[in-house]
Design a protein. Structure first.
Length: 425
């Protein structure tokens, strides 16, 4: 009679003390089973051994197989390393699988299993009742030059050689750091920090050999909260800037630092006197090896400014037109106008004809010269005391407002007595 086979499940997953579940068999047929096992191993040694080269696609399918016992949920996975090239619980390549009993490796090898009891995620294989079995799998981590990687990998190995010659063996090799299998199955930590000087492959190899009816088990994984292989390379800074609509700085920059791939977030600030308008760039994201800038743009809240007054005067400062008063908010632009004033010609402006409103009153003065107007003549007459003309009149001409002057002249035979009227004006 054939012996009964049961898939060995890691009781580390179950949270129990013993890492292996005992292989069950029909006690009444143990003798026959042992004899048949010997015959089977002899006949299968050359004819019936099977080597399975498992592709990554097949492995992905394997991870979706329903386990014989439903002992955990596969949600609540760590987003930091899940589905990453650095996730040691997935992406394994089985390079060797030999079994006397032609077992499909997918039945005993599981990747990406999330254990919510232990809060771990791992790949594991358990072999029992599979006859003589050889299994080798590799996981390649692509490490980049200039990055810093912190390793905290959980691994466990156990073997049971009950009823055989103690030949079951295995190891886990962390890129040359080889660790032979033990019989306790307890969780251990492989910790290391690597900063490659050149791009490199870090290869983890698992190998086991077991002989019927021995059992063997291993797992490689990490703590869902904090473990695994984490790229702790410092990323380029993310700078949050705060400006007005003209691009002027209105608050201090905020610089965020972190490691490559780590999440960042920036904040929209409340800035007195300003109202938020828009953000330029990604306010949240991940740190990269390139500096990033996030710009928060604000509009200035209106503040009543002092008036700007335009005055119009002649060269003597006399007002020649009504003042023009401009009103607005602090920071707004203002402009004043040069007027055309009848009878006057513009000469100059005193003050800033354009500018910005402030909290201080401003004055702009436009100065004009008066246009010339033909005046009535001023005539100087020369007479004796009887009013008789004793010399030719002298006529002075000019424009209104111009100065004039007349002259007292020497007249032969006469002596100057007095002047009637304004000799100057």
């Amino acid at each position: 009679m054939k012996f009964s086979k049961y898939l060995l499940l890691s009781t580390t997953v179950l949270g129990l003390a013993n890492p292996l579940i005992a292989l069950a068999s029909d006690k009444t047929n143990q003798v026959k089973n042992t004899e048949q096992s010997a015959q089977t191993k002899a006949s299968n040694k050359n004819d019936n051994k099977k080597v399975s080269e498992i592709t990554n696609n097949n492995l992905k399918k394997a991870t979706t197989n329903k386990l014989p016992i439903d002992y955990g949920q596969t949600n609540n996975l760590s987003t930091r390393v899940d589905n990453s090239d650095l996730d040691v619980s997935t992406g394994w390549n089985v390079t060797e699988f030999i079994s006397d009993y032609h077992s499909d490796v997918n039945e005993i090898f599981v990747q990406g299993y999330a254990d919510t009891i232990l809060n771990q995620k791992y790949a594991s294989i358990q072999v029992g009742g599979e006859g003589d079995t050889v299994f080798t799998a590799k996981k390649v981590l692509k490490l980049q030059k200039g990055h810093t990687y912190n390793f905290d990998i959980i691994y466990a190995q156990a073997q049971s050689t009950s009823g055989n010659s103690g030949k079951a063996s295995g190891y886990i090799d962390f890129n040359g750091d080889r660790i032979e299998s033990t019989d306790d199955g307890s969780n251990k930590h492989y910790t290391k920090t690597i900063a490659p000087s050149a791009d490199m492959d870090f290869i983890i190899t698992v190998h086991l050999e077991t002989f019927y009816p021995d059992n063997i088990y291993w797992k490689v994984g990490y703590d869902l909260d904090k473990g695994g292989v984490v790229d702790d390379t410092v990323g380029a800074d993310v700078t949050a800037k705060y400006v007005d609509t003209a691009g002027n700085k209105i608050a201090e920059d905020v610089v965020k630092s972190g490691t490559l791939g780590e999440d960042y977030s920036t904040d929209q600030l409340d800035i007195p006197g300003y109202t938020f308008k828009e953000v330029q760039g990604n306010p949240t994201g991940k740190f990269t090896d390139t500096a990033q800038t996030v710009t928060y743009v604000y509009t200035k809240d209106p503040v009543k400014a002092a008036d700007v007054t335009a005055k119009y005067v002649d060269t003597d400062g006399n007002k020649i037109a009504e003042d023009v008063v401009k009103s607005g908010n602090v920071g707004d632009d203002y402009s004043t106008d040069q007027l055309k004033i009848k009878g006057y010609t513009f000469k100059e402006v005193q003050g800033n004809p354009t500018g910005k409103f402030t909290d201080t009153a401003q004055t702009v003065t436009y100065v004009y010269t008066k246009d010339p107007v033909k005046a009535a003549d001023v005539t100087a007459k020369y007479v004796d005391t009887a009013g008789n003309k004793i010399a030719e009149d002298v006529v002075n001409s000019g424009n209104v407002g111009d100065d004039y002057s007349t002259d007292q002249i020497k007249i032969k035979g006469y002596t100057f007595k007095e002047v009637l009227g304004n000799p100057t004006g």
